[in-house]
Design a protein around this ligand. Structure first.
Ligand code: MG
Length: 131
């Protein structure tokens, strides 16, 4: 770049995950019901785990072929969506209550995973890293 055109300051990267509107909606939902006192980190972790369990129940005992169709099969399409939403809602609420920036956490974890599983040694392998 020519000297008479200085490099513009780097702008922050666009977020991979912008949960601000959802965090606000969840806070409003809890505040309207005076549920904020119940939304402690411990309670939210347990609620999140319960919702993951409900998602697990849908897939339990399915064949791989049935599981691959779970989001489109008439019997399970709605329940899959409902439980995925429940997991996301509790996850976002938990992060919000803890003051965790999920976008930063996700970005950091993607970098960590890329270092932990280099393409050259990980391609086609399901082997888990020791760390
Ligand atoms: Mg549920």
């Amino acid at each position: 770049m020519p000297a008479d055109h200085p490099t513009p300051p780097a702008s922050p990267p666009a977020p991979l995950l912008d949960t601000r509107a959802l965090e606000a909606a969840l806070a409003r939902f809890a505040d309207e019901r005076d549920w904020a006192p119940f939304h402690t980190p411990r309670n939210l972790v347990m609620a999140l785990t319960g919702e993951v369990g409900e998602l697990n129940e849908i897939f339990q005992w399915m064949t791989e072929a049935e599981a691959a169709q779970a989001a489109v099969h008439p019997d399970t399409a709605r329940p899959v969506r409902d439980e995925l939403a429940d997991v996301l809602l509790y996850l976002v609420r938990l992060a919000s209550v803890l003051g965790v920036d999920l976008d930063e956490a996700v970005r950091h974890k993607l970098v960590t995973n890329a270092r932990k599983y280099p393409v050259e040694s990980s391609r086609g392998s399901s082997r888990k890293s020791g760390a």
